[in-house]
Each structure stands twice: as C-alpha cells, then as structure tokens.
Design a protein around this ligand. Structure first.
Ligand SMILES: *[C@@H]1O[C@H](CO)[C@@H](O)[C@H](O)[C@H]1NC(C)=O
Ligand SMILES: *[C@@H]1O[C@H](CO)[C@@H](O)[C@H](O)[C@H]1NC(C)=O
Ligand SMILES: *[C@@H]1O[C@H](CO)[C@@H](O)[C@H](O)[C@H]1NC(C)=O
Ligand SMILES: [Zn+2]
Length: 399
C-alpha cells in the first residue's frame, strides 16, 4: 500500500481549493453545459464514436483497437490484452505502470446493435450501449484526462470485454500474473449518478429432468419429464418464500428464466429443463444451492424410483452479495440488484461503483440518457477519484 506519491499532496491541495467554490446546481434540461465547451465537445464526440462501433459481447475487436488508438493519440501508454481470439481488454496509463488508482468499465454490449442518435432539442442521446456502459467509458476517459496534470502517474484506465455474459474479460485481467495491484478501483455502470453501496449476489443453475417417452394414450408406459418439472418448480415456488433476506438488499429473488420440455403434445416428454437465476440478498451461492437440493429431494427420489433422473447443475461460480465502498460525501447512495464486474477483480483494494444513466433503460430498445447526465458524470468521476485518493493517503499517513 505504501507507494510514494510526491506530487499528490500538492495536487490535492490545488484541487481542494478549486472544489470549495459553490457546487453546481442539480441537472435540469434547461441548464447550460457543466463542462468547458472543448471538453464537452470531446466528450460528445468520444461517446458518439463508441456507441457507433458495434460491440455486442464476443465482437469487441473493432472497439478495442479503436479505443487503444484514441488513448495512444492522447499520450497514454496502452496495452492490449487478448483475452480470446480478437477480443481485447484495453489498459492505459501515463508513464508509470503501477498506479494506485484504476478506473474501469466494459466495452461490450447486449444485442442487438442499434445506431447512435442525438436529439439536440431534448438533449437525449441514445443507441445500444449509450448508457451501458459507453456513457461510463466516455465520462471516465474525459474525467481522467482532466486530472492528468495533477495525477498523471497515479491513474490507470481499464476497459474490459465480456461483462454482459459473466465477466470473462475482467476475470482474465484479475488472473493475469503481471497485473499491478491497485489501492482504489472505480467501476462504471449505470447508477443514475449515485454511489452504489453494494449489489446482490447471484447463483445460476439448470434443473434437468430425464423421463421416459411413450405414446400419450398410454402415459403409464412412460415417465413424463414435464410432470416432474412442474412438481419441482412448485417446490421452488414454495422455497422462494424462505430464501435469505437482509435489510440492506431486501429479498432474495428467483427467476424461472427459460423452461423447455418435451417434443409434441401427443408424446410423453422424455426430457425437460429450467434455467433459473437467483439474486442473493444474503447468504452464499452454496447455501442457496443446498436449499434448492433439499427442496427437491422428494421429487428426485420419486423420479429415480421410476427410472428417471433429476439433476441440479450449477452455472458459473456465482457470488454472495457484494459490499462496495460508498464513504464519499455529496452523493446520493443506493444498492442495486444487478451483477457487475466488481467481484471479478480480486484483491483488497477499495472499490467504488458509479455511472451516468439508468439501469432501467440499459438493456432495452430505448436505451438513452441526457447529455447533462453524461457531462455531470465527468465531474463526479473526478470528485470520486480525488476523495478516494485523499482518504487513501490519510490511511497511509496513519500507518
Ligand atoms: C502528446 O505529446 C506530444 C509530445 O509531447 C504533444 O505535442 C501533444 O500535444 C500531446 N497530446 C495530448 C493530447 O496531450
Ligand atoms: C427531439 O425532441 C423534441 C423535444 O422533445 C421532439 O419534439 C422532437 O420530435 C424530437 N426529434 C426527433 C427527431 O425525434
Ligand atoms: C419481501 O418479501 C415479503 C414476503 O414475501 C414481502 O412482504 C416484502 O414486501 C418483500 N420485501 C421487498 C423489499 O420486496
Ligand atoms: Zn454494464
């Protein structure tokens, strides 16, 4: 933790003096832009370019290479890490590779792609990824560029692939043995401009039933996998009421996301399955998995006695609820129910989660945000970076 940072105290003093001016008023549609015109222009241009580059998960090559070139042009040192063929994480820093602060978001989006638009009358900017998470990416880059005079060698930027489908990009970075350690990591996801104090955990599993096919006129000659699945799901509906909860995160929820079974109405179904996601408000994936197995014990015994099978297969590793630092004044705070890359980066750094735009439009066909939100986020990222690094240095002084 004790990395010497000679420049920092001076820089922070200068920035603190500047920040003692009255804070800007809250954003409204009619407000003048928050940023100097050139900065605002760069922000809008960068955001437009990023949204215009299609980057559905798995297809992040173009955006990765474009972003690397953009950052190199601005005198960042850039490393491209190929996490899988033609998929690159982008790591950028000044001259020093080992920095105390990392600012990070993701460059992949959910499908389908749809193009950028900007309505200058309403100030609304939309398109796939315009919120999740290219608004964060653009605001983070512009925020860090503005701090470079003071914190040039203390901040790195990391933009990863694969966040939308389980975080393989961030896990690749996390497991990479040449990765520098960081004291502070600031993650960007749509949080409506609030600081997030934590998010729910996750457990994904597939329930698979094997029965025995037969003519539907003689169902006793078969074992209906569909019947068994319906019984199993009924048990899980009851279990829903008993799942762990907490004051901070509310109730654990269980979604039957996809159910498939059988081949035709006149055939006794041989196979059936359900894909289920649990969002954990308390407890661990292991605990909830054992509750599920316990709830299905009797159904399993019955179907096995008939020569069939019931299997619970866990999806990815999952994780318990994720607590996140939110000890910075001047921000609204909240918790969220979606997953992020926060738990995928191992280490005992302090972590923050903040970003412009709302999760409620993020994966929708009307993904959009206001220009003011984007601009405001630049200032907020700077505030977070400065406040977090100040606290970090106070911690170190006390050692
Ligand atoms: C990058 O560095 C070069 C050479 O020192 C300088 O001329 C240029 O203005 C810098 N560009 C930016 C965006 O800072
Ligand atoms: C832009 O926004 C204004 C104000 O909300 C609206 O009247 C107009 O129809 C929008 N233009 C387009 C092209 O959607
Ligand atoms: C949690 O579940 C209980 C019982 O099912 C319900 O009464 C309560 O409103 C739920 N709380 C939240 C925050 O949704
Ligand atoms: Zn996201």
């Amino acid at each position: 933790m004790l990395r010497s940072v000679l420049l920092l105290p001076v820089a922070l003093a200068a920035l603190t003096a500047a920040s003692q001016r009255p804070p800007p008023p809250p954003p409204t549609a009619r407000d003048a832009p928050f940023l100097p015109e050139t900065t605002s222009g760069e922000l809008l241009h960068l955001h437009r370019k990023l949204v215009g580059l299609e980057s559905v998960t798995g297809d992040e090559q173009h955006i990765g290479l474009w972003l690397a070139a953009y950052l190199r042009d601005r005198n960042f040192t850039v490393e491209l890490h190929e996490t899988a063929p033609r998929r690159y994480n982008v790591l950028a820093y000044g001259e020093k590779r080992e920095t105390s602060i990392l600012v990070s978001s993701h460059i992949d989006t959910v499908p389908p792609y749809w193009p950028y638009f900007y309505n200058e009358t309403s100030g609304i900017i939309g398109g796939r990824g315009s919120v999740d998470a290219k608004a964060s990416v653009a605001a983070q880059i512009v925020a860090v560029e503005g701090l470079r005079a003071h914190l040039y060698d203390e901040i790195s930027l990391l933009f990863v692939v694969g966040e939308e489908t389980g975080g393989d990009g961030m896990r690749h970075f996390s497991n990479w043995n040449e990765r520098p350690p960081y004291d502070i990591v600031i993650f960007g996801e749509p949080t409506e401009g609030k600081l997030v104090c934590g998010h729910k955990g996750i457990l994904g599993f597939t329930l698979s039933i094997t029965g025995k096919a037969a003519h539907s006129g003689y169902p006793w000659l078969g074992v209906s996998a569909n019947d068994v699945l319906v019984e199993a799901l009924a048990k899980l509906l009851e279990l829903r009421e008993q799942l762990p909860w907490s004051e901070k995160y509310g109730n654990t929820t269980m979604n039957f996301g996809r159910i498939v079974g059988g081949v035709a109405s006149n055939v006794v179904a041989e196979t059936a399955s359900a894909e289920i996601t649990v969002r954990l408000a308390a407890g661990t994936p292991g605990l909830v998995q054992s509750m599920v197995i316990d709830a299905l014990k009797d159904v399993k015994t019955t179907v096995e006695a008939l020569g069939g099978d019931l299997d619970v297969r866990r999806g990815s590793e999952g994780y318990p609820p994720v607590n996140i630092n939110c000890d910075i004044e001047g921000f609204e705070k909240m918790t969220v129910n979606y997953g992020t890359d926060v738990p995928n980066l191992k280490g005992n750094h302090k972590r923050y989660l903040y970003g412009p735009g709302s999760i409620f439009v993020a994966h929708s066909d009307h993904e959009a945000l206001k220009r003011e939100e984007l601009e405001h986020a630049v200032l907020d990222y700077r505030k977070i970076i400065i406040a977090a690094s100040k606290m970090d240095h106070q911690d170190q002084d006390e050692l």
